[in-house]
Design a protein around this ligand. Structure first.
Ligand code: HPA
Ligand code: ZN
Length: 343
């Protein structure tokens, strides 16, 4: 007796590697924090805010996302945000989350770096205690800002380095190639930290190669436009470069016109090390479980493919080999208990 692939995929233990904590701000929490902090949002109520989630590009989303982030002000706000995310992630079978945060969005408004970091860590600690979810923080630099502004943020982060697991690059991709941050990322790597970068979401496949070759990225966030360059796609597969793919995000931001046109099956067929993630789930129609349902409705993956995706999520994580082995053993046990031999 074997479970159907969708039930297996929803319940299997998994890691989430591409999640912006600011992108988990649901309309009800946004308005609750706005009231708590005396901030006026430019929408009359939650329904009006949710109705504004009609994006036609990455930039149209980012404009709204940065506006909503203004309600986040205190340590408790960041803790509440993280805890709300972890509750949902745990319900979707996430046992390890590598969470992006954008300090520049907050420090520019006067929120101290130490305050937002402490709040996010409060949430991670409480989430670990309540649901057993392991969590790590990845500091993302905003690529629409200058490299010098990135260096200023890195200087603010340096006293807290042992609490920051790695560094990433997000925000508006077009016109802001990875090479703009070559010196900054060299410095992050010199500090002994792994670096990742958004590339090949709206930007061209060449940005994926640049993120690897110039920034030294060990993982590419999105990377879905790699299918436009056969040599690059072959390289990603050969080198086992993880791609943190976010299916609902890509459809909501019109990277692909519909889920059935998403490059995910082509990436999998080429042997790329793909993982599935939710990106900004409050804005894009759902958390990891919703992404899994949408992928399954479009592509009817089999149990072996779902096993591979979950296994990739652990292998591609920034955790220790020992942690990875423990999680993969849990994944194998899940499939064995369902009567499905792992592929
Ligand atoms: N792309 C770039 N920047 C972002 C994203 C994204 O999907 N989400 C939050 N910041
Ligand atoms: Zn992202």
């Amino acid at each position: 007796m074997s479970a159907d692939p969708l039930s297996l995929a929803l319940a299997m233990p998994k890691a989430e590697l591409h999640l912006h904590i600011e992108g988990t701000l649901e309309p009800d929490l946004a308005f609750a924090l706005a009231r708590r902090n005396g901030v006026t949002l430019p929408w009359p109520d939650e329904a009006a805010l949710a109705a504004a989630y009609d994006f036609d590009s990455l930039q149209s989303f980012l404009d709204l996302y940065y506006t909503c982030a203004q309600v986040l002000q205190t340590r408790a706000d960041f803790r509440d945000l993280m805890l709300a995310y972890l509750a949902r992630a745990a319900a979707d079978g996430v046992i390890h989350a590598e969470v992006f945060f954008d300090p520049q969005t907050h420090t520019a408004r006067g929120v101290p770096f130490g305050t937002l970091l402490a709040g996010l860590e409060d949430g991670l600690a409480e989430g670990a205690a309540r649901w057993g979810v392991s969590g790590r923080l990845i500091l993302c630099f905003l690529r629409h800002l200058s490299e010098d502004e990135g260096f200023a943020t890195l200087a603010e982060a340096e006293p807290y380095l042992e609490r920051i697991h790695g560094f990433g690059l997000d925000s508006s991709e077009r016109g802001h190639p990875p090479a703009k941050f070559a010196r900054l990322f060299a410095r992050c790597r010199a500090l002994g930290k792994p670096v990742v970068a958004h590339a090949g979401e709206e930007g061209p496949p060449a940005y994926i190669a640049e993120a690897l070759d110039v920034l030294g990225a060990c993982r590419i966030d999105h990377g879905v436009r790699a299918v436009e360059d056969a040599a690059l796609l072959a390289r990603l597969a050969r080198e086992g470069v993880p791609l943190t793919v976010c299916p609902l995000s890509n459809v909501r931001l019109r990277v692909f016109p519909a889920m059935v046109e998403h490059s995910l099956p082509r990436l999998l067929a080429a042997g790329a090390k793909v993982t599935i993630n939710s990106d900004d789930p409050a804005y894009f129609g759902g958390y990891l479980g919703a992404n899994i349902r949408a992928v399954q409705a479009a592509f009817q993956l089999d149990a072996a493919a779902w096993y591979r995706l979950a296994r990739n999520s652990f292998e591609a994580s920034l955790a220790t080999d020992e942690e990875k082995a423990g999680w993969i053993a849990r994944l194998d046990a899940h499939f064995a208990a369902a009567g499905v031999a792992p592929a």
